[in-house]
Design a protein around this ligand. Sequence first.
Ligand code: ZN
Length: 263
Amino acid sequence: MPELPDVETFKRYLNATSLQQRITDVDVRSGYVLKGVSMDELARRLKGCRFESSRRHGKHLFVRTDGDLWLRLHFGMTGSLQYFKHDEQSPKHARVLFVFANTYRLAFEDQRKFGEVGLLKDVDEFLKKRALGPDALSINLSQFRTIFQERRGAVKTILLNQKLIAGIGNIYADEILFRARIHPATQISALKDKTIAKLFRAMRYILKKAIEAKADADLMPKSWLLARRGKGRKCPRCGRELKSATIGGRTAWFCAQCQKRAR
Ligand SMILES: [Zn+2]
């Protein structure tokens, strides 16, 4: 499921391939992903426009057009972007294709169709309406600390709450907690000030490093948990078998030896 590093990677990919080109057509192959806009309207509003710049907030990507509108993309469970020239290269699960004057296309592909494509006038208004918290890479330590001081619950549940901090999902929450050596079920009221600071530094480190690796698990450090999630797999730090538990409705993977539960 695309999280902050994946969406940032899509943003950079879109910037490198699809800006400043005239859109000659919009081919909607599955109207199911369209939110608040019809196939006809999407095509009508975008034809003749250019994508000018992009902006990411949490797991949302917004692309500004010179028609004074923003295209909104959310990648759901399986969404991604693909830029290509020939029809035979078209991804199997392409849902919306933006066709450019140079005949290249940008596909929004999404096998499971939980993704969303829409149009907006005002990004800030949208973020407010969704009540999304600040982006995980835009907050500082004192803001982070405030979030933790004002809440109750398991630390992982807090990290996953998009209304508090936007961008972190199941995989990176586990990775951040593994790096900070905090058990995912630890109640935040039990976290000392210096542990919250450690968690904050781990969050920034993991998200930035994952972006550097283009959110590709094969390019991430071998010392990470990411590639080892699963039954019978061993902790890359101490070699003991990893454990799993359901926390905040999601499956957490962690090392019970390295990640102690603060009490
Ligand atoms: Zn361990």
